[in-house]
Design a protein around this ligand. Structure first.
Ligand code: GAL
Length: 710
């Protein structure tokens, strides 16, 4: 189901070329020449072995049109390389020089209101501009020619976070490209009319020349959701095409070095459909910025679980994270003592073989001066820099112990993620605008941890048929093909757990008919043995309306194990369902005054239906993490895996394995220190961790990490 390019991992400049990569974005062009000496000396002290270079340096490489100056970059690369620091060289196209905008203002993106975006920041270019592409590809070719044989350049860092500022472009170039994209996708205009459901508000399209972008249509005019969804896909594809054009331009000249581009996977955004992007890189890399508060570590692990699947279980790269605070939020909290190390090792625990930061030296001026870095404003005599050095040592220790190349052990459950469903849930045409697929994935992920087991996160389009259980939280959109895959999986003995807003629409954003969730022309309904007619939407805050509805025993339907979810609370969405299957068991139902107020009292809330050799659960309402945890504990908890026998809900426990070794990582999830007993293996890293008197016992303090090798 996936057609990844072959996995290629960049070498280091060590004798064997191996080692865990450690470093960050390096912007020496922000500093005078003398700083380079100090940088290289301190990088050596910290154990830095790779930097990403020239990401925003186009103006320095081509200061005026057509005049390329590589001397400064040659010098920096040479100095770094001689000091044993490999270079992940950028295509340098993420921010274009001002001269380009002066001579070609037509490359600037246009917003949905028709305003041209101004130059002066970054990624201010239309992904579909042929003029911009010509300049960018010329730069790529020049860089490739110049650095193709440079032994210190060991990877290509294409662009930077493609789509961060130019994801949505409504220019005329975009319009022309969208028409071509639609024609390629649909072939005939009838097929497009059918897919977009244009027999509505006079939206019939006579030819591809009449296809429109979803530009602002005045007042609170609503966009056709099918058209909007295609526009999302189109934007993703245009940026991916741009990336591929840049990559191919370099690869033609310099085929030997691996390519990557830094993704933006974290659970509060879904800029791109990375299940498609991962096919096109040689190794996947990610930028991840921490969430403050109690979900800090869980959120990191959840994002990383998706990264590890995108990497097909191979090691992947943390291209950016932060040593401490960022500067782009309204309030920017710093990291607490130990979190620098803990977050880094948590990424390693989740499968990363490269730990890099934005950025090496904290800027003195510009928009990011107050963003933390490896070498902070305070200089080397600082907690952060000491933490960085300590991290460098820990990574070296793990490297020497043979961690590199081991793979994260898979869980028994996969939570399925779909970027397209995430985009679809943002439509303002749905019963509730509070739907959020990613957040529901995250809640389920955390609930599995709270239940003492770990889940993986797999893109829906990948192959998840080897798992025992798959969970679909708010996978709003399910095609007939994907529904069939789920049915086959259950028929063969798998367990499918369907969330409250899953399988309502098809890939064209058409509602599946005949009762909810109707995916696959009713196949999903049949699997579940239930049929929904309406949605009960709460959360309006309207006086006199219930804010929440409780679950419990009641009504006349046969109950099994009702106690498990007694008192569970739903606050957003309930499905008004009838049980249709002969063997469907009702595991929980709505109960109490509030349920009665909405005529749900006694109605099935959570059900289980046997299907073939497997079974299908329906979780017909939103539940919080605590209630999901109860549900998982009672019905879904995966059979205990041996290495997780010590599983303790207070720690994140992962295993990275190869044929020769297994490494166990233990990281406390909360503020409390954690006592571990019976841990097998030799300790490799004991960070904020004490060994107990008894063999295999440890106390891991807040933000501590224990790594043992078996
Ligand atoms: C990333 C970006 C970096 C830097 C960083 C700050 O999104 O790729 O260049 O701006 O954020 O957190």
């Amino acid at each position: 189901m996936t057609t990844h390019r072959a996995f290629r991992w960049p070498s280091l400049l060590t004798e064997s070329g191996r080692g865990i990569a450690f470093g960050g974005d390096y912007n020496p062009d922000q500093w005078p020449e003398e700083t380079l000496d100090e940088d290289i000396r301190l990088m050596g002290e910290a154990g830095v072995n790779v930097v990403s270079l020239a990401i925003f340096s186009w103006d320095k490489i081509e200061p005026v049109e057509g005049a390329f100056t590589f001397e400064w970059l040659d010098h920096v690369i040479d100095r770094l390389g001689r000091a044993g620091i490999a270079v992940d060289l950028a295509s340098a196209t993420a921010a274009a020089p001002l001269w380009l905008y002066e001579s070609h203002p037509e490359v600037l993106p246009v917003d949905r209101y028709g305003h041209t975006v101004n130059a002066g920041s970054r990624q201010s270019w239309q992904p579909t501009s042929p003029v911009f592409k010509e300049y960018a590809l010329r730069l790529c070719r020049k860089l490739a020619e110049h650095y193709k044989d440079n032994p210190y350049v060991t990877a290509w860092h294409m662009g930077n976070e493609y789509g961060w500022n130019n994801r949505y472009d409504y220019s005329d170039n975009a319009l022309a490209a969208f028409r071509t994209w639609c024609e390629a996708k649909y072939g005939t205009i009838d097929a497009l009319n059918e897919a977009w459901g244009t027999a509505f508000w006079s939206q019939h399209v006579n030819s591809f020349d009449e296809v429109l972008l979803p530009r602002h249509m005045g007042g609170d005019a609503m966009v056709n959701p099918s058209q909007q969804l295609d526009y999302e896909r189109f934007g993703n594809d245009m940026l991916l095409d741009f990336y591929k054009a840049e990559r191919d331009a370099i690869e033609q000249i310099c085929p030997d070095k691996p390519f990557t581009t830094n993704f933006m996977v974290s659970t509060d955004q879904c800029v791109m459909n990375y299940a498609k992007w991962a096919d096109e890189v040689d190794f996947v890399s990610n930028d991840h910025y921490f969430h403050e508060g109690e979900s800090h570590l869980d959120e990191l692990a959840c994002s990383d679980a998706l990264m590890d699947s995108l990497a097909l279980g191979k090691p992947w790269y943390v291209m950016e994270h932060s040593t401490s605070a960022v500067q782009w939020k309204p309030l920017n909290t710093r990291k607490r003592a130990g979190e620098l190390m803990r977050d880094s090792l948590a990424h390693v625990a989740m499968g990363a073989d490269a730990i890099c930061f934005f950025q090496w030296r904290q800027s003195k001026s510009g928009a990011e001066a107050f963003h933390s870095a490896m070498l902070p404003h305070a200089g080397a005599d600082s907690k952060v820099f000491r933490g960085v050095c300590e991290l460098g040592k820990a990574l070296k220790t793990l490297s020497d112990a043979g961690l590199q190349g081991t793979e994260l052990e898979r869980a028994g459950t996969a939570i399925l993620f779909s970027a397209e469903s995430e985009w679809a849930t943002r439509s303002e045409t749905l019963p509730s605008m509070k739907l959020n697929h990613w957040h529901d994935v995250r809640d389920w992920y955390r609930a599995f941890l709270d239940a003492g087991t770990r889940a993986d996160i797999m893109p829906l389009k990948y192959d998840w048929s080897d798992y025992k259980t798959v969970v679909l939280p708010t996978v709003l959109m399910l095609s007939a093909v994907d529904t069939r895959r789920l049915a086959d999986f259950a028929a063969a003995g798998g367990r499918v757990v369907v969330g409250y807003a899953t399988g309502l629409i098809d890939e064209n954003f058409h509602t599946w008919l005949g009762g909810y969730p109707g995916a696959g022309n009713g196949l999903l309904r049949d699997m579940l043995g239930i049929r929904g007619e309406e949605f009960n939407i709460l959360g309006s805050g309207v006086e006199g309306e219930p804010e929440a509805i409780r679950l419990g025993a009641g009504g006349e339907v046969a109950l099994e194990d009702a106690a498990a979810l007694n008192g569970a609370t739903t606050r957003l969405w309930q499905n008004d369902v009838t049980v249709t299957g002969d063997r469907t068991q009702v595991l929980a139902m709505y109960a109490g005054e509030e349920a009665d107020e909405w005529e749900l009292d006694g109605m099935a809330a959570v059900t289980r239906n046997p299907y073939g050799a497997g079974e299908a659960y329906f979780v017909g309402c939103d539940l919080d993490v605590a209630d999901l945890t109860k549900l998982i504990r009672t019905y879904l908890a995966a059979p205990a895996q041996s290495q997780q026998s010590q599983a303790n809900t207070d720690v994140l426990h992962t295993v990275r394995k190869s044929a020769d070794a297994a490494f166990d990582f233990y990281l406390p999830r909360g503020k409390k220190e954690v006592e571990l007993q019976g841990v097998e293996g030799e300790p490799v890293v004991l960070f904020q961790t004490e060994r107990g008197e008894e063999n295999g016992s440890y106390t891991v303090r807040r933000n501590g990490v224990l790594v043992v090798r078996r």
